[in-house]
Design a protein around this ligand. Structure first.
Ligand SMILES: Nc1ncnc2c1ncn2[C@@H]1O[C@H](COP(=O)(O)OP(=O)(O)O)[C@@H](O)[C@H]1O
Ligand SMILES: O=P(O)(O)OC[C@H]1O[C@](O)(COP(=O)(O)O)[C@@H](O)[C@@H]1O
Ligand SMILES: [Mg+2]
Length: 461
């Protein structure tokens, strides 16, 4: 066993986040940027006791699971990130801040809460008064007039689903966007979106740096699919999992109430099965959960049909949950369907629920032509994401928004904020844009699913 009586911090790799002063001056030029005392010092609601303000020495470790035996080394044992939170000295004079907030990509519960808390946080913590909403995603920078927001206007936005600012896919034109940011005089840009949006945010940040602009660009990771890596989870995900319960419960009732009844629920999850997996784990009535990370097959030993046959024989009914991205390779498609993309370049999927329903019907008619059989396909699609955030997600959105504001006011840029092992941190945006969060089918959670459902592992023997 390794000698572990004390912990060495010498091998910690701290992930650098850019400060505007890092690129604003040419080499050799003196840093003349003025700093201001954080107005929270004079805010009656805050007690700026020692330790209230964070410094660059406050860090969050990515990996908090350590194998002292040295047998199983984690791939990233020593990565660390700056902790999110208020800084004593800030770079932006609140009276000269002109902030822009934009939401991009698909909907997700909590978008309006993040917008609300960005406005309220900037307004109340820092006294900022020029806060603008950009309509309809990235294209809105150059296609629509920004909308002036204020504290009163956003008061009940956290109770509404969707995004009051509106969103869209596609429309990313780097030059037009950065030109518009400059023309409007925005010096803080808050970008709320998923993996695609973050790839765009990297480009905006790089262009702003290239042009040496006094502008901070921050990303707030959003995705109902929970497919953004590094952070613990994305906001709205828990709400979506909760909403999915209604569909699974209905499928169970329908299946139970029929002779040889199957309830089939298709849930969102473009290339990851997190929603399906968590909805399955929390429900317990699911007999089989199909996700994009596991290839499944229908016929033969260990296949889905054999499994369903035995479930129907044993209990008379079965509940199937399928993530929309599962089984895509098995669904017959035309040449044009093979390459179809949405406006953002995401692959367009065929309906795995409809396909599975018809495959299961054909199988039953073929193998049990004289026996009753019912299959009910429930596809709640947008119902799980077009709702307001639940209480946990609402609090999470608030912390995210406030974390973003503190980092931006301090002059950091090109970062996103998010919880890592429960602690809020600043993560370089290019790192987030590259990090995918897939379901790890080798970890305990997937074994748990299989032990709850008894489903096959779909490994052909
Ligand atoms: N590689 C990329 N470079 C620049 N912009 C991108 C890139 N990928 C996606 N975008 C833009 O980001 C926005 C949202 O992307 P999308 O994939 O639809 O949603 P999400 O951000 O939720 O994943 C769209 O306006 C899209 O054009
Ligand atoms: O809103 P659209 O364009 O119909 O797309 C639906 C897709 O959006 C999602 O809800 C979320 O995707 P994003 O995180 O990329 O926005 C996926 O689960 C789903 O495949
Ligand atoms: Mg996406």
């Amino acid at each position: 066993m390794a000698n572990s009586s004390s912990i060495s911090i010498s091998n910690i790799q701290l992930q650098h986040i850019t400060h505007i002063s890092d690129y604003f001056f040419s080499q050799g030029q003196e840093n003349t940027l003025q700093k201001y005392t954080n107005p929270l010092d004079k805010n009656p609601f805050y007690r700026t006791v020692p330790g209230f303000y964070l410094t660059p020495a406050d860090i969050v470790l990515r990996n908090n699971i350590i194998d002292l035996s040295g047998t199983f080394q984690s791939p990233t044992p020593s990565l660390a990130y700056h902790r999110a939170g208020p800084r004593k000295q800030i770079l932006f004079n609140p009276s000269t801040v002109k902030a822009a907030i934009v939401t991009c990509g698909g909907l997700c519960p909590g978008l309006n809460t993040v917008i609300r808390e960005l406005v309220v946080g900037l307004w109340e913590m820092y006294g900022v008064r020029e806060i603008f909403g950009i309509k309809a995603g990235y294209r809105g920078f150059y296609s629509y007039d920004p909308v002036l927001l204020n504290r009163k206007m956003v008061d009940d936005w956290h109770k509404r689903g969707g995004t009051v600012l509106e969103t869209s896919r596609g429309g990313f034109d780097l030059n037009k966007i950065v030109n518009a940011i400059q023309d409007h005089g925005f010096n803080q840009v808050y970008i709320i979106g998923g993996d695609g949006t973050m790839r765009g945010a990297v480009k905006i940040f790089e262009e702003v740096k290239q042009r040496k602009l006094y502008i901070s660009v921050v990303g707030i990771p959003k995705t109902v699919d929970n497919d953004v890596g590094i952070i613990d989870r994305s906001f709205g995900f828990q709400t979506a999992v909760e909403m999915a319960q209604q569909a699974i419960n209905a499928a169970h009732v329908e299946a139970e109430s029929a002779v040889n009844g199957i309830g089939l629920v298709k849930l969102m999850g473009r290339s990851t099965g997190h929603i399906a997996l968590h909805a399955t784990l929390s429900n317990r009535d699911v007999d089989c959960c199909l996700i994009p990370e596991i290839d499944f097959y229908l016929e033969g030993k260990g296949g889905l049909l054999e499994f369903l046959e035995s479930r129907l024989k044993e209990t008379g009914h079965a509940v199937l949950v399928v993530a929309e991205g599962a089984g895509q390779d098995m669904i017959p498609r035309t040449e044009s369907q093979k390459t179809e993309k949405d406006e953002s370049g995401n692959p367009v999927f065929l309906d795995v629920g409809g396909w599975l329903k018809s495959e299961l019907k054909n199988w039953w008619n073929r193998d049990h032509p004289n026996e009753l059989f019912t299959i009910k396909h429930i596809d709640p699609t947008y119902m799980i994401r077009a709702v307001p955030a639940n209480a946990t997600d609402n609090s999470y959105c608030t912390l995210l928004a406030h974390s973003a504001i503190h980092g931006v006011m301090a002059g950091y840029t090109g970062f996103v904020c998010g919880p890592i092992n429960g602690n809020y941190a600043y993560i370089p945006v290019d790192e987030i844009a590259k990090a995918k969060n897939k379901v790890d089918t080798k970890d305990h959670k997937w074994s748990w699913v299989r032990s709850v459902s008894n489903q096959p592992d779909f490994i052909r023997s």
